[in-house]
Design a protein around this ligand. Structure first.
Ligand code: SAM
Length: 220
């Protein structure tokens, strides 16, 4: 088995719940590379134990076992498979992105003219357009900020693909809203496309939706 084949979850221990959300699935090879991408940011990683030290310990133990200095003990008590373990009760239910996201997504394709994007943003009174490719997959995001910047910086930029942000920070319907809110804050943005497992946009979550959540709509 190679490091690439060993997968593990990045768990957010900042969330005070038993079922802490998984922020990403990565391989040991990713972790050992020294950095992983998390929510659009590069985060430094390192091995929990030194490989060299772990090998030295393993060799030492192996030698003890072979020389008969150490015996492997039998389990002191077996786990009873017939017993049910009851998890601790959750005291608060955290809403998920699907509970508050906007399902009517106004999007655009990457080959459209920037002017079309500007009109759509104005007409639909929105600030964010997820950008889709010909197969309906999310490939970028464009905002009023990008359109305004294109107007003042370079008249030669024509299409949405010329100015869109390709590294889209997104969320999923199952993600707890507090995690999504952290993504907005950390990245200084105000909306996240909501994608399904095939990277199709099924909604959009904006700071306004979060505002309504904390304004009481969800709790009523
Ligand atoms: N306050 C604005 C906003 O909410 O998007 C502008 C600030 S933000 C730093 C501007 C840049 O963020 C734009 O280039 C835009 O394309 C990008 N952006 C906005 N939402 C994004 C998202 N979900 N993922 C990646 N980039 C995003």
């Amino acid at each position: 088995m190679r490091d690439e084949d060993i997968l593990t979850e990045i768990i957010d221990y900042g969330t005070p719940r038993r079922d802490r959300p998984s922020l990403a699935t990565v391989s040991y090879a990713d972790l050992k590379s020294g950095a992983i991408e998390l929510g659009g940011e590069m985060v430094r990683t390192s091995s929990l134990s030194s490989y060299r030290r772990a090998r030295a310990v393993a060799q030492e133990l192996k030698a003890w076992i072979e020389e008969g200095k150490m015996e492997l003990a039998l389990p002191t008590r077996r786990i009873d498979p017939t017993k049910r373990v009851r998890p601790m009760r959750e005291t608060a239910i955290t809403p998920r992105v699907r509970d508050i996201m906007n399902r009517q997504v106004i999007s655009i394709t990457e080959d459209e003219e920037i002017r079309v994007a500007a009109k759509r943003l104005l007409k639909d009174e929105t600030n964010h357009l997820p950008v889709l490719d010909d197969n309906g997959m999310l490939v970028g995001i464009i905002t009023t900020y990008d359109v305004a910047k294109a107007v003042v910086t370079d008249g030669k930029l024509r299409q949405v693909r010329d100015i869109m942000t390709r590294n889209v920070i997104k969320t999923t319907p199952d993600e707890p809203v507090d995690i999504a809110a952290q993504k907005l804050k950390r990245n200084n943005i105000s909306a996240l496309p909501v994608v399904d497992t095939t990277n199709r946009v099924v909604g959009i979550l904006s700071a306004i939706d979060l505002g309504e959540l904390f304004g009481g709509r969800w709790w009523r």
